[in-house]
Design a protein around this ligand. Sequence first.
Ligand SMILES: [Zn+2]
Length: 224
Amino acid sequence: MYAINHAATALLLRKKESTLPLLPLLISVQLVEILWVLFNYLGWEHFSISGGAVHLDFLPYSHSIFSGVVAAALSFCVISRGYHNRKLAVAFAIGVMSHVFIDLVFHEKDIQLSPFSTTPVFGLGIIDHPFLNFAVEFAYGLFCWWYFKGGKALLWVIIVFNVIDLPIMLAHGDALTPFMHYPFLLPSVILFQILITWYFVYRYATSKGGQQPVNKFKLNPHHR
Ligand SMILES: [Zn+2]
């Protein structure tokens, strides 16, 4: 899944616990991806380009079910003990786990159960069908916005970043050559996407008018 829609997951967590600060939730849903960027820079994980497409060959440390659970458990301990905020600790841990489980839907079969064995590997492979990938991600991003009851500006952030992602989803063949020659380029592009979507989602989800006014829904007490 692309950065904007991982970031949108933080809106779901924030809506459930509206007293929680948004910034740590935005970090939680991308912690696994930040690790992927770091591990690629370090050469511990790697991707390849073949058959005109990017393949995430080796990412068992950042993106395995086991490491997702461990990262979530560690985050929970650090936040609940270090900051004495159990609610934030639970939400952060769910955010960390959400990343791996959402990626399972989109990735090719490249997500291992644990870093210790190369089988079994999981991934529904929606990424291999760019238009389906676009439609599913866009619908998910819009759902997160709707659930959060975001304002117009936040809606535009989700629309614009999803539309920008489409040409990246469709990229194949020669367009990928630079990524082959400069292995640091893909992790850098992804890091940039993470940072810029953090900024825009944070800015427009927390600004005045970032959420629709609550009293609008007071007419119907059963409205969530
Ligand atoms: Zn990921």
